[in-house]
Write a protein that binds this ligand. Structure first.
Ligand SMILES: Cc1cc2nc3c(=O)[nH]c(=O)nc-3n(C[C@H](O)[C@H](O)[C@H](O)COP(=O)(O)OP(=O)(O)OC[C@H]3O[C@@H](n4cnc5c(N)ncnc54)[C@H](O)[C@@H]3O)c2cc1C
Length: 534
C-alpha cells in the first residue's frame, strides 16, 4: 500500500516549488529534508547573536514572478526587496561605477569614467533586453528530446525559430556569435573601461570553473537576460534573508496539503521491478510512494542514493563524467558598523548607502578575474579573489542590531580540491586572505568585524549536501546546458528509473534561486500522473 503519491527528497527551494504545484494538483506529497531547516542554498541563519544572514545565496536569480503569483507567495510572507542599484563596482584607487536598474542613472555614472562607454551602454542594454525576451520562453520549456522530438516539442521549437527571426538581423547575428564566445571578448567589443568590463563579465563566470577568457562564458549573460531582460545580475533580496523565500514556499506547500519533514536524511532510493518504489531513511525507516522526485544534485542522486545495479553502466558513466567541481565559498561577517569604501568617503551618506544597497563587485579588471581563476586551475584558492558582496541589513535592518550590519561575501575562486593541504586546515588562512583583500577596498573593515562565518566548498558538500561543493548542482557550461542538462537524452526531468524524477538545479534551466527547475519538473510529473505514465 503506497502511503503517498510523491516523495520529494530535499526541501531546497526547487523541491518546495515542485511540492506546491504537485500538492495543488491534488497529489499527496511528502517532502523529506535532511537539514533541520528547509531552503538548501536559499536559507537565512544566525551567524552571531543578533546577526542573521543569507548564509549561501544572497540575491535571487531573480525568482520567477509567475511562480510567486501562482503560489501566492506574498500572502505567505514573501517580500522581495529590489534596491535601485544593481551592482557597485569598486576599484582600489577609489574609482567606482554603479549600475542601476534605471538606464539614465547608469549612464550618468559611466560618463564619469568614459564618454565612449556611456554612449555604448544604452544599446548594450537594449540589445540584451531584446535577445532576453526572445530567450525567455526557453526557461519554462521542457528541453526537447534530441532523437525523437514530439510534435509538441517541434511546435515549440518552431515558435522559437519564429521569434528568432523577429529579432532582426543585427541581434540574431549577435546571439549566434555571443553564445560560444569568451565573455572577456564580448565586453571588450562594447566597453573600453576595464572596471566596467569586469563588472559586466562577472555574470559570465559566477559559480563557474572558468575565467573570463574561457570559451562559452558569454552564455551566462544571455541566460541572465532571458531571466530578467538584463545582462547584469540583479540585486533581488528578500526581507528576512533568502530563507524567508523558502519559508514562504514551505507555508504555501503546507497550505496546499503537502507534508514536510525536516531532519530526515534519505539514504537510499529503492527500485522494485525497474521502478522507484520507496525511500529508505538513515534511521532505517522506509516510506513508499508512487513516484520519487529528487531535489538533490544529479551526482548525489545517482551515485549515492540509487543502487548502481539499477542503472545502465553507460548512463552511470555519463553521470560520473558530469562536471560538478565547485569554486565558490562564503564568508559572512557580523560588523559593528558600515564599512567605509574607498571612493565613497566623500559621498553624501545617503548616496553611499544607496550605492552599497545593491551587490558590490570586487574584481577591478579582466586580468584580475582571470588571474583569480588561474589559482583554481592549479589547485589553490585565489590570493586576490573575485567577490560579490551584499550588505542586506542596509535595506532590512532587522538582520543586525541597531547600527550594526551583516555582510555576505561570496568568494570565487576556492576550488573544492586543494593541491596542498585541505579545507579544514586552510580555512582560517583563506578567510584572512579574503578579509585582507577586501580591506584594500574598505580600509576600516577589520576593526568592525565582530564575528566571521567561513563556509568552504567542503562545508557546501558536507553541511548543505552539494556534491563537489558546486553551487549550481553542476557546471553550467554549453555541454551541460538545456538539452544536455544534466546529460544528453535525460533533460526532461525523467530518469532511466521509471517513477524517479529530478527537480533541482542540475536540471534545466539550472542553478540560481529562480524556481524554474522545480516548476518545470512538477508540470511534467503531473502530465505523467494524468496520462498514467507515472
Ligand atoms: C555559496 C553560494 C552562493 C550562491 N549565490 C547565489 C546568488 O546570490 N543568487 C542565486 O540566484 N543563486 C545563488 N546560488 C545558487 C543557488 O543557491 C542554488 O542554485 C539553488 O539554491 C539550488 O536550489 P535547489 O532547490 O535546486 O537545490 P538546493 O538548494 O541545493 O536544495 C537541495 C536540498 O536537498 C537536500 N538533500 C540533499 N540530499 C538529501 C538527502 N539524501 N535526504 C534529504 N534531503 C537531501 C539538501 O539538504 C537541500 O536542502 C548560490 C549557491 C551557493 C552555494
Amino acid at each position: 500500500m503506497k502511503t503517498h503519491d510523491i516523495i520529494i527528497i530535499g526541501g531546497g527551494h526547487n523541491g518546495l516549488v515542485a511540492a506546491c504545484y504537485l500538492a495543488k494538483a491534488g497529489l499527496k506529497t511528502l517532502v523529506l529534508e535532511r537539514r533541520e531547516i528547509v531552503g538548501g542554498g536559499a536559507v537565512t541563519e544566525g551567524i552571531h547573536p543578533g546577526f542573521r544572514c543569507s548564509t549561501l545565496a544572497h540575491s535571487a536569480g531573480p525568482f520567477s514572478s509567475q511562480i510567486a503569483k501562482d503560489l501566492d507567495l506574498e500572502r505567505h510572507g514573501l517580500e522581495i526587496i529590489t534596491p535601485e542599484a544593481r551592482v557597485l563596482a569598486l576599484a582600489r584607487d577609489g574609482r567606482s561605477i554603479c549600475i542601476y536598474n534605471e538606464t539614465a542613472q547608469t549612464i550618468r555614472e559611466i560618463e564619469k569614467v568614459s564618454a565612449k562607454d556611456a554612449k555604448s551602454y544604452p544599446e548594450f542594454e537594449r540589445s540584451f533586453s531584446r535577445i532576453g525576451k526572445m530567450l525567455a520562453p526557453l526557461l519554462t520549456m521542457m528541453p526537447p528530446a534530441i532523437e525523437h522530438p514530439s510534435p509538441g516539442e517541434l511546435w515549440n521549437l518552431g515558435k522559437l525559430g519564429h521569434s528568432f527571426r523577429g529579432l532582426g538581423k543585427k541581434d540574431a547575428y549577435r546571439l549566434l556569435r555571443w553564445g560560444p564566445m569568451a565573455v572577456a571578448d564580448l565586453v571588450a567589443e562594447w566597453f573600453e573601461t576595464e572596471l566596467l568590463r569586469a563588472a559586466v563579465a562577472a555574470r559570465g563566470i559566477f559559480g563557474a570553473f572558468a575565467g573570463p577568457w574561457s570559451a562559452g562564458t558569454s552564455t551566462g549573460l544571455l541566460w541572465q537576460a532571458g531571466m530578467d531582460g538584463h545582462a547584469i545580475g540583479p540585486a533581488a533580496f528578500v526581507r528576512g534573508g533568502m530563507g524567508a523565500l523558502s519559508e514562504a514556499l514551505a507555508q504555501a506547500a503546507l497550505n496546499a496539503g503537502a507534508e514536510l519533514r525536516t531532519g530526515t536524511d534519505v539514504e537510499r532510493i529503492e527500485a522494485t521491478e525497474e521502478r522507484a518504489s520507496k525511500v529508505k531513511l538513515k534511521t532505517g525507516e522506509e516510506i513508499s510512494a508512487r513516484a520519487i522526485v529528487s531535489n538533490a544534485d544529479p551526482r548525489t542522486t545517482f551515485l549515492k542514493l540509487v543502487d548502481p545495479i539499477d542503472l545502465d553502466p553507460n548512463f552511470l558513466l555519463k553521470i560520473r563524467n558530469y562536471r560538478a567541481i565547485g569554486v565558490s565559498a562564503k564568508i559572512n561577517l557580523a560588523l559593528s558598523g558600515l564599512p567605509i569604501f574607498a571612493g565613497l568617503e566623500g559621498s553624501d551618506g545617503q548616496v553611499a548607502a544607496s550605492k552599497l544597497s545593491g551587490r558590490i563587485h570586487i574584481g577591478p579588471d579582466i586580468d584580475y578575474l582571470e588571474r583569480a581563476f588561474d589559482a583554481a586551475k592549479y589547485g589553490d584558492y585565489s590570493p586576490a579573489p573575485y567577490m560579490d558582496i551584499s550588505i542586506p541589513s542596509l535595506a532590512d535592518p532587522a538582520l543586525a542590531p541597531a547600527g550594526a550590519h551583516s555582510m555576505s561575501v561570496y568568494v570565487q575562486y576556492a576550488p573544492y580540491k586543494l593541491k596542498n593541504g585541505d579545507w579544514n586546515s586552510r580555512r582560517e588562512g583563506f578567510a584572512d586572505t579574503v578579509v585582507n583583500k577586501l580591506s584594500d577596498y574598505a580600509p576600516n573593515l577589520k576593526e568592525l568585524i565582530v564575528a566571521r562565518q567561513i563556509i568552504t566548498p567542503l562545508d557546501l558538500e558536507e553541511t548543505y549536501g552539494l556534491s563537489g561543493g558546486h553551487i549550481c548542482h553542476g557546471e553550467q557550461s554549453l555541454d551541460q546546458f538545456f538539452t544536455f542538462r544534466p546529460i544528453i537524452g535525460w533533460a526532461q526531468y525523467r530518469t532511466p528509473i521509471k517513477g524517479l524524477y529530478l527537480c533541482g538545479a542540475g536540471t534545466h534551466p539550472g542553478g540560481g534561486v529562480t524556481g524554474g527547475p522545480g516548476a518545470n519538473a512538477a508540470r511534467e510529473i503531473i502530465k505523467d500522473f494524468k496520462s498514467g505514465k507515472a
